[in-house]
Every structure is written in C-alpha cells, then in structure tokens.
Design a protein around this ligand. Structure first.
Ligand SMILES: [Zn+2]
Length: 177
C-alpha cells in the first residue's frame, strides 16, 4: 500500500474513533490506542468494505470472538439501547446505499447527482436493483434519520462492489425471514 492509501486509512480510522469513541461497541470497555481494533460491520471475509459506514471500534476479545458472525446476530447478547441499535442500522443501510449509488453510476443510470442532494431518486434505486436482479430496497426512513456526503470521485471496481452488494442482500433477506 502506498503513502496515499495509508493516509486514507488513517483518516478513516480517526473519523470512526471520533464518531464512536474509544470504546468497545459490544462491551463498552474503554480502550487505548494499543488495545483498539477496527471492527467491520459486514465482515472483511464477506467483502465488507473499509469505509467508515462499515467500521466501528471494538476490543480485541470481542472482535476475535465474533469472527465472521453476522453483526446484528452477534450484538443480541449485548442488549444495545434502541438509539445504539438505530445508529448501527443507519450505518449498515448507508453502506448499502453507497453501493447502490456506485452501481447506478457505473451502469450509467444517471449522469450527475448534485453533491448536496442527499436523497436517492427512487427510479435510480429501482434501476440499480433491476440491474442486480434483486428486489428494491426501501430507504425512506433512513433518509430522514441520517445524511452523509456521497463521494463520487473514487472509481470502484464494479465486480467487487457487485459481489459485496449481493452478500449484503443475502444477509438482509436472511434477517427478514
Ligand atoms: Zn469488548
């Protein structure tokens, strides 16, 4: 990894620490720079991305114990408050949203999206889902609850995103059964 890549990872890490605090997301233990670990919401092994919407903080023990388990299954034993649970759902759905937008962009489903426009037009979601041969995802509530800057500058590998997206859909579908 080059210097730019390392700088980017450092920035993401700082952002996540600033957002979530130096606490294990599972047990709330206070951590130090030496004991902190970056935890993927969608596991790395399931092609979860190293993006702030897919990352949080945990202690080594809980990171290790969780392994590849589904985040929302694993956290049941920790009895998250409704606010905390809502926060992680927002992150999860926003990560998904980024992937939809990337796919829509790479398939030329839209030419330009205003950077200040935080709402994804329904037509784009529907078309992206059609491209992926999946059922449309409803983001209505999440749009109201949370907003973020969407970066269109970086080109992403289409295949990787598509694979990751399919994995996420499988997880969502498994959860709703
Ligand atoms: Zn912990």
């Amino acid at each position: 990894m080059g210097l730019q890549g390392r700088k980017r990872l450092k920035k993401i890490k700082e952002y996540v620490i600033n957002r979530d605090g130096m606490l294990c997301c599972y047990c709330d233990k206070v951590l130090t720079p030496e004991t902190i670990t970056m935890e993927h919401i969608v596991p790395d092994s399931k092609r979860g991305t190293f993006n702030s919407t897919n990352l949080t903080i945990s202690c080594y023990e809980h990171n290790n114990k969780r392994g590849n388990k589904n985040f929302f299954d694993y956290i049941k034993q920790f009895h998250f408050s409704p606010d905390k649970l809502a926060k992680y759902k927002r992150l999860y759905y926003n990560n998904l949203k980024i992937k939809i937008l990337n796919i829509a962009k790479e398939n030329h489903l839209f030419k330009m999206v205003d950077k200040d426009d935080k709402v994804i037009p329904l037509a784009i979601i529907q078309q992206a889902c059609q491209t992926l041969k999946i059922k449309p995802v409803d983001f209505k509530n999440y749009e109201v609850m949370y907003s973020f800057d969407i970066k269109f500058g970086e080109l992403s590998e289409r295949k990787r995103i598509q694979f990751c997206f399919n994995q996420l859909i499988r997880i969502i579908e498994a959860e709703s059964e």
